[in-house]
Design a protein around this ligand. Structure first.
Ligand code: NAD
Ligand code: UDP
Ligand code: UDP
Length: 324
C-alpha cells in the first residue's frame, strides 16, 4: 500500500471481512479507491471478500485491532467488532477490548497520519430507550453491568475516545450510529432476527419469537447503510456526528415474521421463547440529522430488501445440501 494508484484514496476498512464491511469495500473499490482490509476473522469470512483477491487495488491483512497497526492510508473506517448478541456475548471481555483498544489504536494511527476516521457506532448506545424515536441528543438508557454492556458500553467508550481525540488532538472524526441492518452476507448462524427468521422459514422450521413479539425494530438495507457511511465520511470536516443511520420504518417482530413467512412461501409456525435480558422494547431512528447534513435517507423498504436477502440464504442452504 505504499504507492498510490490513480486518483483514488488509500482506505483502511477494519472489520472489512464482515457483513457491512465487505459491502463497503465493494463500493469503495467501485469508486476507484485502494482498499486495505484488516480483520481477525472472528465473525468475518474471507468468502465475503474473495472476489477481490487478485485485484491490485485490494489488500487483506489478518489483524486484531486490539494490537497496534502501522500502515499508510488516507482514511479509516473502523468497523471491527462483532455485532450480533450471540457473537459479542461469546467473549465479552474481548468485545470491550475490541471496541476500546481498537478505537485507541485506530485513533492513534489516524493521529500519526492526520487521516480522517469514521467509527461504526450503534443504536445500542441508546440502550433500552425511554425516548422514541431516538435522537442523537438522547444520552441513552444503558445497563452498565448487564449481558449487553460489553457491546453497548464498549461502543459508548469508543465514541468518547473519538470526541476526545477530536477535541484534544484536532482529529477529523465521523461517528455513525448504525441501526439494525440486514442484507446478503449476513451470517446464517449469527442469531439476529432477520437471519434467524429467514433461515427457519426456508427450512420449514418454527420461527423463534422471543417474548410476545410486540417489541419493535427498524431495519435498514445494507446498500442504504453503505451509501450513508460513505456520505458521512465525505461530508465537510465540521460534520463530526454522531449521525443516526437507519430506516425509520418500524415493525414489530410479529410483523417481520409475517413478512418473512409470506415472502418465502413457508409453512412455518411460530415458537415462542423467553425475551433475552436487557432486550430493548422499541427502536426507531430519528433521521433528520442525516437528511439535513448528508442529504441521505434510506431508500429500500423492507419488502424490497427482504427478497435479495432471502435469495442469499436460499443459496447458502442449497450449497449446504449439495455438499458431500
Ligand atoms: P460482522 O460481525 O459481520 O463484522 C464485524 C467484523 O469485525 C468481522 O469481520 C470480524 O471478524 C471483525 N472483527 C471482530 N473483532 C475484531 C478484532 N478484534 N480485530 C479485527 N477484526 C475484528 O458485523 P457487521 O454487522 O458487519 O457490523 C460491522 C460494524 O457495524 C460493527 O462495528 C457493528 O458494531 C456495527 N453495527 C452493525 C449493525 C448491524 O445491524 N449489522 C448495527 C449497528 C452497528
Ligand atoms: N498506534 C497504531 N498505529 C500508529 C500509531 C499509533 O496502532 O500508526 C497505536 C499505538 O498502539 C498507540 C495508540 O495507537 O498506543 C494510541 O496512539 P497515541 O499516539 O494517541 O498515543 P500514545 O502513542 O502516546 O500512547
Ligand atoms: N429476536 C427474536 N427471535 C430471534 C432473534 C431475535 O424474536 O430468533 C428478537 C430479539 O429478542 C430482539 C429483536 O428480535 O427483540 C432483534 O434482535 P437482533 O438480535 O436481531 O438485534 P438487536 O436486539 O441487537 O437489535
Amino acid at each position: 500500500m505504499a504507492v498510490r494508484n490513480g486518483q483514488g484514496k488509500r482506505i483502511l476498512v477494519t472489520g472489512g471481512a464482515g457483513f457491512v464491511g465487505s459491502h463497503l469495500i465493494d463500493r469503495l473499490l467501485e469508486r476507484g479507491h485502494d482498499v486495505l482490509c484488516a480483520d481477525n476473522l472472528f465473525t468475518g469470512d474471507k468468502r465475503n471478500i474473495e472476489h477481490h483477491f487478485g485485484n491490485p487495488r485490494f489488500e487483506f491483512v489478518r489483524h486484531d485491532v486490539c494490537f497496534p497497526l502501522y500502515v499508510e492510508v488516507d482514511e479509516i473506517y473502523n468497523l471491527a467488532c462483532p455485532a450480533s448478541p450471540i457473537h459479542y456475548q461469546h467473549d465479552p471481555v474481548q468485545t470491550t477490548k475490541t471496541s476500546v483498544l481498537g478505537a485507541i489504536n485506530m485513533l492513534g494511527l489516524a493521529k500519526r497520519l492526520r487521516a480522517r476516521i469514521l467509527q461504526a457506532s450503534t443504536s445500542e448506545v441508546y440502550g433500552d430507550p425511554e425516548v422514541h424515536p431516538q435522537q442523537e441528543g438522547y444520552w441513552g438508557n444503558v445497563n452498565p453491568i448487564g449481558l449487553r454492556s460489553c457491546y453497548d458500553e464498549g461502543k459508548r467508550c469508543a465514541e468518547t475516545l473519538f470526541f476526545d481525540y477530536h477535541r484534544q488532538h484536532g482529529l477529523d472524526i465521523k461517528v455513525a450510529r448504525i441501526f439494525n441492518t440486514y442484507g446478503p452476507r449476513m451470517h446464517p448462524a449469527d442469531g439476529r432476527v432477520v437471519s434467524n427468521f429467514i433461515v427457519q422459514a426456508l427450512a420449514g422450521k418454527p420461527i423463534t419469537m422471543y417474548g410476545d413479539g410486540t417489541q419493535t425494530r427498524s431495519f435498514c438495507y445494507v446498500d442504504d447503510l453503505v451509501e450513508g457511511l460513505i456520505r458521512l465520511m465525505e461530508s465537510p470536516s465540521d460534520v463530526t456526528g454522531p449521525v443516526n443511520l437507519g430506516n425509520p420504518a418500524e415493525f414489530t417482530m410479529r410483523q417481520l415474521a409475517e413478512k418473512v413467512i409470506r415472502l418465502t412461501g413457508s409453512a412455518s409456525g411460530i415458537a415462542f421463547a423467553p425475551l433475552p435480558s436487557d432486550d430493548p422494547k422499541q427502536r426507531r431512528p430519528h433521521t433528520e440529522r442525516a437528511e439535513a447534513l448528508l442529504d441521505w435517507r434510506a431508500a429500500v423498504p423492507l419488502e424490497e430488501g427482504l427478497p435479495p436477502t432471502i435469495a442469499h440464504f436460499a443459496r447458502l442452504q442449497a450449497a449446504a445440501e449439495t455438499q458431500p
